[in-house]
Design a binder for this molecule. Structure first.
Ligand SMILES: [Zn+2]
Ligand SMILES: [Zn+2]
Length: 214
């Protein structure tokens, strides 16, 4: 079973609710997903705040995503699943002015140089989000990558900052144009809300997720 832990560094329930929608979408394809860390928890909130301040670049007034993940890894490597960090801080990654979020893996090496304690992280920031649908998109899209949707070489995929799906109404599409990406995310979530689509993942990406996780 897939385990997901939310580390919520925000004070309203938007990030939590967006992650719940994204987890439900994933669960439609892979069966049960066990989501932990929801519900406002001052201990977790304060932990995220301390990780943010350790990773803060005061000249840029932004949090460095690479440092945030390294700092979070120290505290969470005992958790055997995917860790999702929600923040209200503005984010940057080295080489990028700012980003909505990112996902990456982290590991240690043993004395033979082998990777041990490999863990996956997703960070999502509310700071530049204009709508709930964008947060849902960020979480569901990144979880899609983590759990095997739209793999390289599959039919109807394209290499565009990683392998992405080209099917209509699929959350695994990638738009390079920022405004288009925002509009697409909002439109897709509205379609789900209105019941015009059954899932944020197209049939092919849904099948990828089933194949990889059952
Ligand atoms: Zn992507
Ligand atoms: Zn797809």
């Amino acid at each position: 079973m897939i385990e997901v832990l939310l580390m919520d560094g925000t004070q309203d329930s938007q990030a939590e609710n967006a992650l719940k929608v994204a987890v439900d979408e994933l669960a439609k394809c892979v069966g049960l997903v066990n989501l932990k860390g929801t519900g406002y928890n001052p201990q977790m909130y304060n932990l995220v705040k301390s990780l943010e301040s350790k990773s803060y670049d005061s000249r840029r007034r932004q949090v460095n995503t690479e440092e945030l993940i390294l700092n979070a890894y120290d505290k969470t490597k005992a958790f055997p699943g995917l860790v999702v960090i929600a923040t209200d801080q503005d984010l940057f990654s080295p080489g990028i002015n700012w980003c909505f979020g990112t996902s990456t893996g982290c590991y240690e090496t043993d004395n033979l140089g082998r990777r041990v304690n490999e863990r996956d992280y997703i960070i999502g920031s509310k700071s530049r989000m204009q709508s709930f649908g964008e947060l849902v998109f960020l979480f569901a899209h990144e979880m899609g990558h983590k759990f095997g949707a739209a793999p390289s070489g599959r039919r109807n995929t394209v290499e565009n900052l990683g392998s992405h799906c080209t099917n209509n109404n699929c959350i695994m599409q990638q738009n390079v144009n920022l405004n288009e990406a925002i509009r697409y995310a909002q439109r897709l979530y509205k379609k789900l809300e209105r019941g015009e689509i059954d899932s944020l993942f197209c049939n092919q990406c849904g099948q990828d997720l089933r194949n990889n996780n059952q």
